[in-house]
Design a protein around this ligand. Structure first.
Ligand SMILES: Cc1cc2nc3c(=O)[nH]c(=O)nc-3n(C[C@H](O)[C@H](O)[C@H](O)COP(=O)(O)O)c2cc1C
Ligand SMILES: [Mn+2]
Length: 489
């Protein structure tokens, strides 16, 4: 049986010793600062961090980071069978998604979050434990570990997306859904018809729903509700929002109902982003649509869920690398590429900008074609794709770079793709270019590279022998000198 809601799931991860409560940290810089240090410098896997007894907020109000940031937690959240091995989680996830049957949500009458209903003057977003993440951030951010629920006005399909939102005042916030996101496409439809857009924001919902709502591979027109239900193997329970009519996850801890009016914009940002930069420096803060909050609902002692981006490895990258490796691997195979033995999306590239694919070479040019396919699958936010032979562990960066240093002749191995379209998050675009992006989007371009770090196909049979002790000798020595290895390795 899968977990029922976040509280139920927290009990499971506590029993796994993957939950740590921290008392007394402040919302302003302390909570997120501790998360950053623990995830960058601490032991792996780092536990989920539940902040409690937070100064300045009501007793019992809590904030949770690192919800699914370990192989075990992600495998639990997606009902993959408990697993601590990264590559095994990737395999199980891609198998599950291949045989995928989406399950529509089930409407129920009751939700625990109706325990507390705030409307009118009673609404005050500043009463909740919303963090400020970095010193240079423009404000306090909700939404990093939540979902926005929107309805496509044409087809009526329900989209869930994870987009950050900055608190403006007690009943307004600004949503940052970047260009091309389903959330911004839906918003543009309402605004172009001069219509008010109904909005729901939830936090502290089912972790499977959070993962689905931040997964780029869920396509336009497919509801993340159905996708999350399919992953969990059971329908997500929803109640209809009293004001918006939008379906709201019944198990959520914290809910906002509100609306977004055409032309109502406010400065949002700056905010330190997923690949470790303030990437929107050209125009920062950026005018973003205001969400006017009409009602807040929350469970007693609510738990807000947040995610902390920073220079990787961050609190986000230990799980986004698993999701992307699974999705990219399936995507490369769908393009008809044979011989794929492993895919890894390195945390150093924010799980998107540095992909390594291991192959069993099957024909001349195979490695290069696989590299092109991987670049295509990763779409707009990629940078480097490296293809290695299957004696290289694609998830071991030093192993990968050894292959690059010894097998890739730069003159022929590196393919540079110039002038590819890119996103506002791209830090290779000069800041001056971004400055031209005022209000009306201007095209942005940057390059990508594919590095073929495989042994040259036609010389494989006479390739240089690797100087490394055999696996057998290694195992024998480790057994015989077990005490020595206990001290030194
Ligand atoms: C922790 C986390 C935070 C994110 N924050 C944002 C954000 O602020 N803005 C944004 O456009 N995308 C953000 N994303 C990426 C989107 O959630 C992701 O692209 C998702 O597919 C969007 O849903 P959609 O495809 O239905 O628009 C974030 C992803 C994660 C994992
Ligand atoms: Mn979507």
């Amino acid at each position: 049986m899968a977990h029922k809601d976040l509280r139920d799931w927290l009990k499971l991860i506590e029993a796994d010793s993957e939950l740590k409560q921290i008392d007394g940290a402040k919302c302003d810089l302390e909570m997120a600062g501790l998360v950053e240090i623990i995830y960058r410098e601490g032991k792996r896997p780092a536990p989920a961090l539940l902040f409690d007894n937070i100064p300045g907020v009501a007793k019992g109000y809590r904030t949770l980071f690192g919800l699914v940031s370990s192989p075990r937690r992600l495998s639990r959240a997606l009902n993959l069978g408990v697993c601590d091995e990264r590559m095994e989680v990737v395999q199980r996830l891609r198998d599950k998604v291949k045989g995928f049957k989406p399950i529509s949500p089930k409407v129920v009458e009751k939700a625990a979050f109706f325990e507390n209903t705030l409307t009118g003057d009673a609404i005050d977003l500043n009463r909740f434990p919303v963090p400020r993440h970095h010193e240079a951030d423009g404000g306090f951010y909700i939404g990093t570990g939540g979902s926005f629920i929107l309805k496509d006005p044409d087809s009526g399909y329900i989209n869930l997306g994870t987009y950050r939102a900055m608190l403006i005042d007690r009943n307004r916030m600004a949503m940052h859904a970047t260009e091309g996101q389903h959330g911004s496409m839906i918003r543009e439809k309402y605004f172009s018809q001069n219509k008010v857009m109904p909005v729901v924001f939830v936090a502290g919902h089912d972790p499977a729903l959070f993962v689905a709502s931040s997964d780029r591979s869920v396509g336009w027109g497919i509801s993340e509700y159905d996708h999350a239900g399919g992953l969990k193997g059971e329908a997500i329970e929803v109640v209809n929002g009293p004001l918006t009519g939008l379906p709201i996850p019944a198990g959520a801890e914290f809910v906002i109902e509100g609306e977004c009016h055409p032309g109502d914009l406010v400065d949002e940002g700056p905010f330190g982003e997923w690949m470790g930069y303030y990437a929107n420096l050209g125009e920062n803060p950026v005018p973003e649509p205001v969400i006017r909050v009409k009602a807040v609902y929350h469970r007693n002692n609510p738990i807000l869920t947040c995610a902390h981006p920073s220079v990787p490895p961050s609190e986000m990258t230990p799980w986004t690398c698993l999701i992307r490796a699974a999705m990219f691997w399936n995507g490369i195979e769908k393009l008809g590429m044979p011989g794929i033995k492993g895919v890894w999306c390195h945390e150093e590239g924010g799980s998107l900008q540095l992909t390594v694919v291991a192959i069993k070479q099957m024909s001349a040019g195979h490695a290069k074609r696989v590299g092109l396919a991987a670049d295509l699958v990763a779409q707009v936010k990629t940078r480097y794709t490296i293809v290695v032979d299957d004696d290289i562990d694609p998830s071991n960066l030093s192993h990968v770079m050894w292959a690059v240093a010894t097998r890739a002749d730069p003159a022929v191995a590196i393919q540079i793709l110039e002038h590819c379209g890119t996103s506002s998050a791209d830090t290779t675009v000069p800041v001056a270019e971004k400055k031209k992006w005022k209000h009306a989007p201007k095209p942005l371009y940057s390059g990508r590279a594919i590095i073929d770090a495989c042994q040259p196909f036609e010389h494989r049979d006479e390739w240089y022998p690797v100087c490394k002790i055999s696996d057998q000798l290694q195992a024998d020595l480790k057994k015989k000198w077990a005490a020595l290895f206990k001290d030194l390795c």
